[in-house]
Design a protein around this ligand. Sequence first.
Ligand SMILES: [Zn+2]
Length: 457
Amino acid sequence: MKKPAETIPERVDLLVAGGVLLTMSDAMETFADAAIGISGGEILFAGSMRDYPELPEAAERIDASGKIILPGFINTHCHAAMTCFRGLADDLPLMEWLHNHIFPVEAKYVNRDMVYRGTLLAAAEMILSGTTTMADGYFHESSACRAAIEAGIRTVPAQGFIDFTPPGDEAVRNHIAVAEKFLGKWRDRSPLVTPALFPHTAYTCHKRTLKAVKAVARAEGALCFVHLAETAEENRVVRDATGLSPVRYAESLGILDPRTVAVHAVWLEPDEVRILADTGAAVSHSPESNMKLACGIAPIPELLAAGVRVGIGTDGAASNNDLDMVGEMNACAKIFKAARMDPTVMDAASVLRMATIGGARALGIGDRIGSIEPGKRADIVTIDCRKPKMTPLYNPYSQIVYSAGGADVSDSIIEGKVVMKNRRVLTLDLEKTMEDVEKIAAAVRKDLEERCVCRHG
Ligand SMILES: [Zn+2]
């Protein structure tokens, strides 16, 4: 995988040297005493220092000795701005949580400013825990794009669509116009942004909306996300309304294809794993949100065995309640072992693949990111192993999935730019970012207290 020594340039923008490199390439190559050269946001070479007689001069250098170097994590499903509602309502069933708590505060507080500030906070949290790409689905996504670019994090922003009443012709035309405008605005605008669309679910979007939004995505070659088969209740509601399970309903509408990401895919009948595989749809798995909302356990081993592309996502901070992909991997590696009484399912290396190259492929950008190989964009993180909890180091995959936490991520490079060095985020003022969301939360809190007083006299 490394380039021959004679092709190594004399100068690079950035050199990452030392440490153990996990490339996450298909061959799962690893290198000790790593050396990675980056220029113009691209990985030029990656291997072991021992193989390069002379390293190039570098404008900037990261010393990774004592650290593990790996591709940044790819969060394949979140609602970034929902950091504003973190901890607002917990320990409730999905439908009650959504309809009685989340939808009412969203109706009042979601606006451009809230999405911008909430997404900045999410970006800060994600950078600090090693995520370099987020697939975000929410409203006012142009504001989310601005925040992501400012933070320097790669994003697949998906403009959300929802119907609170069955949409007439004009509402459908409006959805189409919003979708086209969003994709048109962000296509080719920034190397960090790959715009997408997100009809919320089969029970909150009318079939006309689902079909229309997917048609725009298909015409533009954009990715389309949809929450699908998240709870038994959803399956019952969709079946009552349409006579079909959510997956069969989505299939009947023609919205499953290789540019669709089915989010959650928990309640699948055995032959529906085959439907997802045959249509080429990808799946985003959010074990912590599924556990917290008591949704159930998705058949991820079966989906992987059927050849479905599966990535890991945190879901929103209101249902998780953090955006830490290291914690998410830990949950993912353990939940199937406990449920199936089988310690061999979902081994650490497979889970780390899902959180990196697997996620990149689920999002259709596996040719650009997800592994550390020459020619790919440089999205790289390091994890500090010079800590009691990370000592000794026998198996770096196990160490990351079972021993590490998000706070052990030390450095982060996105699109060749260092956005965090020795845990200092270089792109954002963290204090201000937190303060701004605290101000939004203060208004929400006051509102909730008043509602509570009204209800109880
Ligand atoms: Zn979600």
